[in-house]
Design a protein around this ligand. Structure first.
Ligand code: ATP
Ligand code: MG
Length: 259
């Protein structure tokens, strides 16, 4: 039954057509399901269709084949349950951080005192309670991305889609963001699809790692990650962890023809 799943991707394909009529099939025969509350990492070569997949799951784009159900409903009906975080935070420079976080609720006419209190709670949770009245240009890149994550969470989404959210951050900030996102996910209980180019990040965060092969994008491996939660730094140096990363590397290598 589809209803038990947070996301059902049923035989999905996506073909882009250019103005000159050229066709580019980016995704083909994608079929996978995500149980509620799961953290699913997605890795794959550049251009394999990961962003296209997230945009299709979010309803920003329609699939050309198949269907996507979110909590058992066609995506077009359930869009309010979904939030997306992009690689760059895209904050509005004329609004302070609290007002940036509240933006999605303002669009829906739901900027209430309760919403404001929750937005403050989220900022506190990511260590930015003291920066609520500051502007984005006064923050570091990692802090800005934390504000963008609060903006995604403020509408209490059941499904959080993240497209390389930490790609632009330095290694140390990225490390601490990994801990933070694990904590946020465990606190809120939402389901997450998390696209990354970093295989260690995918393994460390994920309950599963889905490997997307390219031309056209399809799932070439779906690997359950059986490491205890909450995960700490020590898990990155375990034999099990290295086993998972090399298994995934070998899948990506095969597709790229470099193994
Ligand atoms: N709106 C669009 N119109 C036409 N082609 C597109 C569009 N968006 C993406 N593509 C093409 O689809 C393919 C997959 O792009 P996509 O952005 O989904 O890849 P990706 O896996 O996210 O790559 P990266 O890891 O570099 O972000 C590419 O060949 C790209 O040129
Ligand atoms: Mg992408």
């Amino acid at each position: 039954m589809n209803n038990e799943y947070a996301i059902s991707v049923n035989n999905v394909g996506k073909t882009y057509r250019s103005r000159r009529g050229q066709e580019n099939t980016v995704l083909e025969g994608l079929d996978f399901h995500v149980e509620p509350g799961r953290f699913v990492s997605i890795v794959g070569q550049s251009g394999s269709g990961k962003t296209t997949l997230l945009k299709t799951v979010s309803g920003l784009q329609e699939p050309t084949e198949g269907e996507i159900l979110v909590h058992g409903r066609p995506i077009q009906e359930g869009i309010e349950d979904i939030a997306m975080v992009f690689q760059s935070p895209v904050l509005l420079p004329w609004r302070n951080n609290l007002d940036n976080v509240l933006l999605p609720l303002e669009f829906r006419g739901a900027r209430t005192d309760e919403a404001r209190a929750y937005a403050m709670e989220l900022l506190e949770m990511v260590g930015l309670g003291g920066k609520a009245k500051n502007y984005s240009y006064e923050l570091s890149g990692g802090m800005q991305q934390r504000v963008a994550i609060c903006r995604a969470l403020v509408s209490r989404p059941k499904l959080l889609l993240m497209d390389e959210p930490f790609g632009a951050l330095d290694a140390m900030t990225r490390d601490s963001m990994n801990f933070e996102i694990q904590r946020i996910w465990q606190t809120t209980g939402c389901s997450v699809l998390f696209v990354t180019h970093s295989i260690p990040e995918a393994v460390w965060l994920g309950d599963r790692v889905v490997v997307v092969g390219d031309r056209p994008g399809r799932i070439i491996a779906d690997i359950p990650i059986d490491l205890p939660r909450p995960r700490g730094k020590e898990h990155r140096y375990s034999a099990d962890f290295s086993g998972y990363t090399s298994e995934i590397e070998s899948h990506i290598g095969v597709v790229a023809g470099i193994s």
